[in-house]
Design a protein around this ligand. Sequence first.
Ligand code: ACO
Length: 355
Amino acid sequence: MGCRIAGCAKELPDLTVTNDDMSRIVDTSDEWIVKRTGIHERHIAVGETCTDMASAAITKALANAGIQHEEVDLLVCMTITPDTIIPSQACLIRARAGLSNAVAFDLNAACTGCIYGLEVATSMMESSMAQGSSEQKNPIRHAVIVGVERLSRIIDWTDRASCVLFGDGAGAVVLEWDEKAKGILSSFLKNTDDLDMLLSCDQHYDLSTFPFGDAQVETGSSIMWQGPNASHLDPERSTCGSIGMEGQQVFKWASSAMAEAAEEACKRGGISLEDVDVIIPHQANERIIRFAAKKLKVPMERFQVSIGSVGNTSASSVLMALTDAYDAGRVNPGDKVLLVGFGGGLTSGAMLLEA
Ligand code: ACO
C-alpha cells in the first residue's frame, strides 16, 4: 500500500548469441535448446559492465516515470555478478547514473532478487512515510530497484547443460510514494536450505599472504562441506568460480516453488488466481512456467514469457519481463499483477500488486 510503479525499463548488451552460435561452442543444437528451454537467443556483455547496463536501464525508467535523477531517495541493486565487491554495485550505479540523493546498497537473493528487493524497498518506503516517521528516518518518496547481471562472467562455457541457459542484461523499476495507491497487496518470501548445493557458484579467497596457521585453499562450498550434511556433498562436483547446477532437481523444485509462491501471495492478498490479470514469473525455462501453469490451472496466456530472446538473466529477469509486459500493453491501471521468483539459496517468493 502507498506506493505505485511509476516506470520501468530494461537494457541489453549489443551482442546477440543465437542457439546456432552456441552449437559452435558446445555439442548442442537449436532444436534441443528450443524444445527443452524455449530459448532462441541471449545477449552477452562484451564491452558493457553491470554499471553501464543498470545505469542505462535506470535512466530510461526515470524518463518513463517523469522523475528526475536527483529525486531518487533509495537505490536497491540485486545482482550475483557485481563489477566490484567494494564499492557495492549499487554505489557504482549511484555515481554513474547521478542519483545524488539516493541511499544505495546491494541485495543478493539470486534469481528471486526482484521480489526480495521490492519487499525491502516498499517496506522502507512505507515505514519512512508513516505518520510522524519522516522526521526520524530518511524519507523515501522515490525508490529505484534494479536487477543487473553479467552471468557470462560466471558461466562454464564448456558445460552444455548450463551455458546455453543464461544471458546478460538489466531491468529497473521506479516506485513512487502515493498515499492513495493500493500498490503492494501482499507478498510471500521463502528460503529452503540448499544442503545439496543444487545451485552454486564458489567464492575463492587468495590465502597466499594469510599469516596465521596452515591456510588451505578456501571456497564457499568447502565451508559448507564441513557442515552437518557433509556426507551428501561431493567436493569434486563444483566447478570453482562458475555456476554449478543440478538441472533436473532444480527443475522439479522450481516448478513447485513457483506454484506455491503464487498461491500463497494470492491467498494473503485475499484474491483468487483467476483474478490476476498478468503473471510475471522468473524466466529460467519456459517448461518450468508451463509446469507451474498446469499445476495452478492458469492458462499460459496469462503468463509473460520473455525467455526466448534473453535466456535466464537471474536477478534482472522478472524486472525485464515486467518491462516487456508494460511495453506490450498487458498492464493497465488497476490491473492485478503477480511477480514470482525462485532461484539459488534456495530462495522463492511472490508479490501481488495493483498497477
Ligand atoms: N544440448 C544437447 N544435449 C544436452 C544439453 C544441450 N545443451 N544439455 C544437456 N544435454 C543432454 C544431457 O547430457 C543428457 O544426455 P544423456 O541422456 O545422453 O545423458 C540429455 O540431454 C538430457 O539431460 P537432462 O538434464 O535430463 O535434460 P532436461 O530435460 O532436464 O533439461 C535443463 C536440462 C534445461 C538444464 C533442465 O533440467 C532445466 O531447465 N533445469 C532447471 C534449470 C534452472 O532453472 N536453473 C536455474 C534456476 S535458478 C537461477 O536462475 C540461477
